[in-house]
Design a protein around this ligand. Structure first.
Ligand code: DX5
Ligand code: ZN
Length: 220
């Protein structure tokens, strides 16, 4: 079985102490830092941008996984790459030139991910999958932390896993939204290997992070 990576979403961290928070999740066994960017336009909420990314970058050696929920997106890619993103994921719904956007992310030296909203079918990947490093299946409608896992997406995770395996390439399959110790095993069984979790990582404060992360990763 494939190794399971945990990517805490700092959307649920204490924004007044973000440097401490990314250090704490690193010490607690997190694999990546998931950085949610929302523009109040593509999604009905506003979060954090490249200035905040630049500020936390010196506080962690973990890869920073930037999830851009913004449209249009292309103009902002350089700023996130320069601020220290290792990976950048963009929504297939966010613009008409997703393939060009993915190429640009790779030209900037970052790993490229494409994200599917809950209402978007897996077949949107047909002409993208050969050029991406990760596929993200949203298991909530993006915009807010703390929502419930949408179980209909398990079928999509299974379909995307089949598509990835057919390529023969190493492509991560990330799930984002409503992941906790109960839903993590469902996502893993359906084929996911990277779990994003905000609420379920940060609940209980810093002393709880290691236990929270271990509970989602499951038996090693
Ligand atoms: C949803 C974001 C997620 C979210 C996850 O819009 O992309 O990364 O913060 O939060 P939880 O784990 O609380 O569902
Ligand atoms: Zn996210």
């Amino acid at each position: 079985s494939r190794p399971i990576l945990i990517a805490p979403s700092i959307l649920s961290a204490d924004f007044a102490r973000l440097g401490d928070e990314v250090r704490a999740i690193g010490a607690a066994g997190a694999d990546w830092v998931h950085f949610d960017v929302m523009d109040g336009h593509f999604v009905p909420n506003i979060s954090i941008g490249s200035g905040v990314l630049k500020a936390i970058r010196p506080h962690t050696t973990l890869p920073i996984d930037v999830h851009l929920m913004i449209a249009p997106v292309d103009f902002y890619l350089d700023a996130f790459a320069q601020a220290g993103a290792d990976r950048i994921s963009v929504h297939v719904e966010a613009g008409p030139h997703i393939h060009r956007t993915v190429q640009r992310i790779r030209d900037l030296g970052c790993k490229a991910g494409v994200v599917l909203n809950p209402g978007t079918p897996a077949k949107m990947l047909d002409y993208l999958i050969d050029d991406v490093d990760m596929v993200v299946v949203m298991t909530v409608n993006p915009g807010f932390g703390g929502q419930s896992f949408i179980t209909s997406q398990l079928r999509k995770i299974e379909a995307v896993r089949r598509m990835i395996d057919k390529t023969g390439r190493e492509i991560h399959l990330q799930v984002d939204g409503g992941i906790d110790a109960e839903t993590a095993p469902l996502a893993i069984a359906a084929g996911a290997d990277v779990l994003v979790a905000g609420t379920a990582t940060f609940r209980g404060g810093p002393d709880a992070y290691a236990g929270n992360i271990a509970a989602m990763r499951g038996p090693v």
